[in-house]
Design a protein around this ligand. Structure first.
Ligand SMILES: *[C@@H]1O[C@H](CO)[C@@H](O)[C@H](O)[C@H]1NC(C)=O
Ligand SMILES: *[C@@H]1O[C@H](CO)[C@@H](O)[C@H](O)[C@H]1NC(C)=O
Ligand SMILES: *[C@@H]1O[C@H](CO)[C@@H](O)[C@H](O)[C@H]1NC(C)=O
Ligand SMILES: *[C@@H]1O[C@H](CO)[C@@H](O)[C@H](O)[C@H]1NC(C)=O
Ligand SMILES: [Cu+2]
Length: 400
């Protein structure tokens, strides 16, 4: 329950006078069932290993902390059968792309394991989870690791519920920074394009934008927070740029130069601040900018003040582009982690209010710790942050 007063532009996922009612969501997730393709016991064992690993490293780095016996992986933790290499969307074959689109839509035919309303599908369950207490895993240290795990679960769902056998693709948005909507991602091809948007104005959940009426997701209906057509509004990029904040300036925030700069972030926390553009006015960062460019569902229903939706969280996973964008954010984190000494680094804070709102008189921020629990509201178990630090370890088992 916090009240943020933003004088500036409303930052992504941070709404004025934010207050969440969690009662409904909590009662939903308490009914959540076990998901058959998730190895709960293995994950618990892997989580224990990851925590010991992080603790052991601290003991080694600080002899005063005493010696903790070196500890190998527990024998009950499964091993990766193979390490999958993720690919940029353009590297997928046409057949793989087509199958990815098919599997994505197939999630709308699957049950939600009690994560969401009975009438919701597994597709909706992802959005439901992302909408629940979203400040637990946005604009803070948990953000990048929470989304890494969330994207991995989504890929598992595509595999085990819908038979997708290709890699989890990412959208290297930097390739398109000069003309994002000219990207082949937004092809109108009914088999392999994510589509643009149409001409029909849809505002069921606020000033929504335009119904996506072309590409593989033409006229897709999504159900969170209420049934509506998938919506986008590309025109923020094209026409409205009175202040230079929403227009071409957004492309600059994910240019190759910007990515290289973000990769020089000295600590994990600096990486988070820079990825989200949290400490520079008018810079929405590599992560936030595409959300603002597409608007509609990718930006969430809170984009207009004084609507019934103004106080809700975000519907971003309703737009299939969400997954490709977040796998790219994950790729940048992964790249940063390849530097010497960075693989197991996790630090920063549970909120970024003190950075974003420096003029407010706030209590000291709570430091983040690798044992902090990332909540998934029934979409598999909650996990300690430490478990998501290394993508080549079980159960993530992927690389870039
Ligand atoms: C992403 O795009 C940038 C800009 O074109 C390029 O420099 C970089 O190598 C690309 N990386 C990957 C992994 O696609
Ligand atoms: C789309 O965004 C523009 C700003 O570029 C705004 O003026 C327009 O009202 C939006 N359209 C819809 C249908 O929401
Ligand atoms: C949030 O959205 C739900 C629909 O999912 C709506 O019933 C509720 O009134 C909204 N809450 C707020 C505080 O706007
Ligand atoms: C913003 O982040 C950059 C990079 O980490 C850092 O050099 C700078 O001091 C930060 N500024 C503020 C106001 O925190
Ligand atoms: Cu998110």
């Amino acid at each position: 329950m916090k009240h943020l007063h933003l004088t500036n532009v409303v930052l992504l996922f941070v709404l004025p006078s934010f207050s969440v009612t969690v009662t409904q969501a909590s009662s939903l997730s308490s009914r959540a069932q076990k998901i058959p393709w998730i190895d709960y016991a293995g994950i618990e064992s892997a989580a224990r290993d990851a925590l010991h690993h992080v603790v052991d490293r601290r003991a080694l780095a600080d002899p005063a902390a005493g010696s903790i016996a070196a500890r190998g992986s527990s024998s009950s933790t499964p091993k990766c059968k193979k390490i999958e290499k993720r690919k940029e969307w353009r590297q997928l074959s046409r057949a793989e792309k087509k199958d990815y689109m098919r599997a994505t839509k197939c999630l709308q035919t699957k049950g939600n394991y009690g994560i969401s309303k009975p009438s919701d599908t597994l597709y909706d369950a992802f959005t439901q989870v992302h909408t629940t207490d979203q400040l637990d895993f946005h604009i803070n240290s948990a953000f990048m690791l929470w989304h890494r795990w969330f994207g991995w679960i989504h890929h598992q769902a595509l595999k085990y519920e819908c038979g997708y056998s290709g890699p989890a693709p990412f959208w290297n948005v930097s390739m398109d920074y000069k003309n994002p909507f000219g990207s082949p991602i937004y092809s109108t091809d009914p088999e392999i394009g994510f589509g643009t948007h149409g001409t029909i104005v849809r505002n069921e959940i606020g000033l929504g934008g335009y119904q996506v009426d072309n590409g593989a997701f033409a006229n897709l209906k999504v159900n969170i927070p209420i049934p509506h057509y998938l919506t986008r509004n590309f025109s923020y990029w094209k026409d409205a740029d009175p202040t230079g904040v929403w227009g071409t300036a957004l492309g600059e925030s994910f240019s190759p130069k910007q990515v290289n700069w973000v990769l020089t972030s000295p600590t994990y926390w600096d990486l988070e601040i820079n990825m989200d553009g949290l400490n520079v006015t008018g810079n929405f960062g590599i992560h936030d900018s595409p959300h603002y460019m597409l608007m509609g569902d990718l930006n969430g229903p809170g984009w207009v003040a004084n609507t019934p939706w103004a106080l809700n969280g975000t519907t971003a996973p309703n737009d299939p582009v969400f997954w490709l964008h977040h796998q790219n954010v994950d790729r940048i984190l992964w790249t940063w982690q390849q530097q010497p000494g960075k693989q197991w680094e996790y630090n920063g804070y549970k909120t970024s209010d003190h950075i974003r709102l420096p003029t407010l008189d706030l209590p000291p921020p709570v430091p983040a710790h690798p044992s902090d629990i990332l909540p998934f509201h029934g979409l598999g178990p909650d996990i300690p942050a430490a478990l998501a630090l290394k993508t080549e370890n079980w159960p993530l088992c992927y690389t870039f």
